[in-house]
Design a protein around this ligand. Sequence first.
Ligand SMILES: Cc1cc2nc3c(=O)[nH]c(=O)nc-3n(C[C@H](O)[C@H](O)[C@H](O)COP(=O)(O)O)c2cc1C
Length: 179
Amino acid sequence: MNETLNTIMTRRSCRQYQNECIKEDELITILEAGIQAPSAMNQQLCEAFAIINKDLIDELAKAIKDVFDERGDKKPETYHCAYHAPVLVIVSGPEYDSRRVEDGSCMLENMFLAATSLNIGSCWINQLRDTQNVDEVRNILTRIGIPANHQVVGCAALGYISSQSTIKEKKKERIHIVK
Ligand SMILES: Cc1cc2nc3c(=O)[nH]c(=O)nc-3n(C[C@H](O)[C@H](O)[C@H](O)COP(=O)(O)O)c2cc1C
């Protein structure tokens, strides 16, 4: 199997990270892989905001937890939607762009694969999707630099792997070859 296929076949979501931040050149490589993704009509409207400030990631995770709690979806005190990963990349795109979910998802998958190829753990973090427009969360996104007209597509937690998640088998019956 070639290196690219091996990376695709071995990528798995990581939910336990070492505290140490990944190296800056590794982060830049992952972000550059992200922007190589295809985009509808080559518009390249989605952007990636990589947060490497632990306090800021914790503040965001706490604000998200508070929204869930207030909505009656009470989370344990230890809940941290980004699993204390040292890096959180937020991918967002303009609200008017009807293809931002597709474009942003391509960017995220490119980043997951690039991370895997560098032995860096990654996981899609989705909790901003339904909490991003609550004032307390949006204020933090604004401080991060996310434009007011952007909607978050998804996030990538990144970090050196502390413990591998269980390997989830892929359902092969989803493949159909039509002759
Ligand atoms: C749209 C989307 C949202 C996801 N949201 C989360 C999430 O919020 N937290 C999490 O731990 N994993 C999340 N995941 C990761 C999935 O749980 C994971 O991909 C799935 O269990 C298969 O495992 P694998 O990635 O190791 O193959 C998400 C994945 C996708 C594609």
